[in-house]
Design a protein around this ligand. Structure first.
Ligand code: PEP
Ligand code: MN
Length: 264
């Protein structure tokens, strides 16, 4: 299989703008769950950059559990992401929910994120195999490691080998946390595949107080990137406030994970 270590021994390095994922330096992707407004996003983009973020995140199309919840700013959200990239110089990551949106989203984003809910949307995976942009493939909430790797295989075998694997927690009997963050996935994916591994401790725990310790553990376990949700005012966030760090807490987390990264 093309994702496997047998197929390719050397770890894949994914180039994104002036940065690289998988080359040893830990990339830090930060931003709100959703792009909520132009003012709000441009401000948080500047704040997370000053605090040490190396890439920006923000959803323009949101896969919400309820159809009555905020669904994202759609195309306007993508334009705001592009403006934030121009302002900060940082690459932007955003979710691609459907094949019909690939052309539009790929016209704005530097990395296309496949959300946990779409991990086995094989038609979408195949279409992303035809795009010349890195794909961030989140683990499905009930996907085994094998199923997750096979999802990556769909993208790679369709022609795009720029795949980043993102552990974001799986559903277990434990419901004190939103998901159970499976950090064993980090060394496992590295042993089984040549793909870079990212960890999202925000969706992985659902609680901001758990984000910093889990980010530190993820870096100690050898991940290539961390993705976290940051909001100026988490209690007012349109989605995922309880798991969002303030810019101040984000800055503290960055300095802690940089210390761990430099000693590994
Ligand atoms: C997200 O990162 O915006 C998101 C919706 O995450 P997940 O697909 O992991 O739930
Ligand atoms: Mn979110």
């Amino acid at each position: 299989k093309m994702a496997s270590r047998e197929f390719q021994m050397e770890p894949s390095i994914i180039k994104v703008g002036n940065t690289e994922i998988g080359s040893g330096q830990v990339q830090i992707i930060a931003g709100p769950c959703a792009v909520e407004s132009r003012e709000n996003f441009l401000e948080i983009a500047k704040l997370v950059k000053e605090a040490g973020a190396t890439m920006l995140r923000g959803g323009a199309f949101k896969p919400r559990t309820s159809p009555y919840s905020f669904q994202g700013l759609e195309k306007e959200g993508l334009e705001i992401l592009a403006e934030a990239r121009a302002l900060t110089g940082l690459p932007v990551v955003t979710e691609i929910m459907d094949t019909r949106l690939i052309e539009m989203v790929a016209g704005f984003a530097d990395i296309l994120q496949v959300g946990a809910r779409n991990m086995q949307n094989f038609f979408l995976l195949r279409e992303l195999g035809k795009v010349n942009k890195p794909v961030l493939l989140k683990r499905g909430a009930s996907a085994t490691i094998e199923e997750w790797i096979m999802a990556a295989e769909y993208i790679i075998s369709s022609g795009n080998n720029q795949v980043i694997m993102c552990e974001r927690g799986i559903r277990t009997f434990e419901n004190y946390t939103r998901n159970t963050l499976d950090l064993s996935a980090v060394p496992l994916i590295k042993q089984l595949t040549h793909l870079p591994v990212m960890v999202d401790p925000s969706h992985g725990t659902g609680k901001w107080k758990l984000v910093e310790p889990m980010a530190m553990a993820a870096v100690a376990a050898g991940c290539d990137a961390i993705m976290v949700e940051v909001h100026q005012n988490p209690s007012e966030a349109l989605s995922d406030g309880p798991q969002s760090l303030t810019p101040e807490r984000f800055e503290k987390m960055v300095s802690k994970i940089r210390t761990i990264a430099s000693s590994r």
